[in-house]
Design a protein around this ligand. Structure first.
Ligand code: ZN
Length: 446
């Protein structure tokens, strides 16, 4: 009897509260997680802008997100925490009106939260970026930039491969649902695999998985890697589904040079708004550097590489325009790193969408990029690189000394005498050093 009465009272209470008019302003429709090497992004999909608080708790590390006047529409399911800083997510109602979400973490982080307004593909979002406070391998950690350039030994040419978009920025979408971010990452990985095997060239990936990297950050990463070239890989979309063909862009000095390029520049640059980073950061170190006159030389170099890549693309696919085009893409704005943006085709065109999904075509595109890069750097090896040393060796075979090599083992390998190796390379004795490049004489003529 007592139990029934209590239940009855509770029912009355709840209905009274309901009638008292508790209306949750905001509903959380879902929680998503994006994992990058330097951080984890937690995105709350909400139906309206939400008042919130984010704070850190220690021992164990966790981040608390309080969402004011909010209710959970759906329980978050199937979140994949692997590789992320997050171990688990808990949530509970708070004081009848709010929701408290607790992110249990593996590391201590610095959270940064902001609201994103609806875009074509998403509604209102609350984004909580978790950046680890200590990351041993982060190239942006103070005082430690990727080393191996500090010696006088010839170094590899560094090619930064930038797969466009990523994470909650899908890029262009095809009619069959193909996402630009996925296609361009596949092509980027194939190019990386080809460049890894290329003597004298070292590829670095600006993004390695399905996560967003802001446009400014892409530039900064390329700088941290001391890249000699920055290639951004994209796939076009245009309102007109008939537009076809690959394009190559370099930075324009006065912004976009054609109407279409302007349109493209706007849509590619808007990615940073999606990523939540404003383009006009006031303390932007680059802003001042951008004025540097060295930009002209960089654009000239970019034009040359772009031209070679466009030639290679022409061999395997239709091109949209026969010349390298200019546009104001933010990622091309490194003042001292030749930078090109390749639109590999129109994902908005049914035929090209199918081709872009095709692994064989992706491989062909990657090969075309490789050949263009190879041709450019063979003609223009940056000083201090292995390719520059090789150019001095008149195009004969070269060998880079690695750990454990001896002059006689190399001589044996190439079936020449150690004496010939010494004389061709001007060596006084058999001392060689790791990283040193030897010219290998042709067996027939030396
Ligand atoms: Zn794009």
């Amino acid at each position: 009897m007592n139990v029934l009465r209590i239940i009855a009272v509770l029912v009355v209470c709840f209905s009274t509260i309901a009638h008292a008019g508790i209306v949750h302003a905001t509903i959380v429709d879902g929680i998503r997680l994006w994992v990058g090497p330097e951080g984890t992004r937690v995105v709350f999909d909400v139906n309206s802008s939400v008042d919130h608080d984010v704070f850190v708790l220690k021992n164990p590390d966790r981040v608390v997100v309080d969402l004011k006047n909010t209710t959970l529409g759906r329980k978050p399911v199937n979140l994949d925490f692997s590789q992320s800083f997050v171990k688990g997510i808990r949530y509970a109602k708070r004081n009848r009106l709010d929701v408290r979400v607790v992110l249990d973490l593996n590391v201590s982080v610095r959270p940064n939260s902001f609201i994103l307004n609806p875009t074509k593909h998403y509604g209102h979002r609350l984004v909580v970026d978790l950046e680890a406070t200590h990351l041993p391998d982060n190239p942006f950690n103070k005082g430690k930039i990727v080393t191996s350039f500090d010696t006088n030994e010839p170094r590899a040419v560094v090619v930064a491969i930038d797969a466009g978009h990523g994470g909650e920025d899908p890029g262009a979408l095809g009619q069959r649902g193909t996402k630009e971010k996925a296609v361009v990452l596949a092509i980027a990985r194939k190019l990386e695999a080809l460049l890894v095997k290329e003597w004298g060239i070292r590829p670095v990936m600006i993004r390695q998985g399905d996560y967003y990297v802001s446009l400014r950050e892409r530039i900064l990463k390329a700088r941290a890697y001391k890249a000699d070239l920055f290639i951004s890989i994209h796939a076009d979309a245009f309102k007109n589904g008939h537009a076809r063909g690959a394009s190559v862009y370099v930075l324009s000095q006065k912004g976009a040079s054609s109407e279409a390029a302007r349109w493209l520049a706007a849509s590619e640059n808007s990615a940073d708004l999606i990523g939540g980073v404003s383009l006009d950061d006031k303390d932007d170190l680059l802003a001042s550097v951008l004025l540097d006159l060295s930009q002209n030389a960089t654009i000239a170099a970019s034009m040359e590489i772009g031209g070679k890549i466009l030639e290679e693309l022409q061999r395997i696919s239709r091109v949209h325009k026969a010349q390298v085009e200019h546009a104001g893409f933010v990622v091309l704005k490194s003042p001292d790193i030749p930078s090109i943006l390749v639109e590999t085709g129109f994902i908005s065109n049914r035929y090209e969408e199918t081709k872009l999904r095709d692994k064989k075509h992706q491989q062909q595109l990657a090969r075309a990029l490789l050949k263009g890069v190879r041709r450019y750097f063979r003609d223009n090896p940056p000083p201090g690189t292995l390719l520059a040393s090789a150019a001095q060796g008149l195009g004969r075979q070269h060998y880079v000394i690695s750990m454990g090599d001896t002059l006689s083992s190399i001589a044996q390998k190439y079936r020449v005498t150690a004496r010939l190796l010494r004389s061709v390379n001007g060596l006084m004795d058999d001392n060689i050093a790791v990283g040193q490049v030897l010219v290998i004489p042709d067996r027939r003529g030396g």
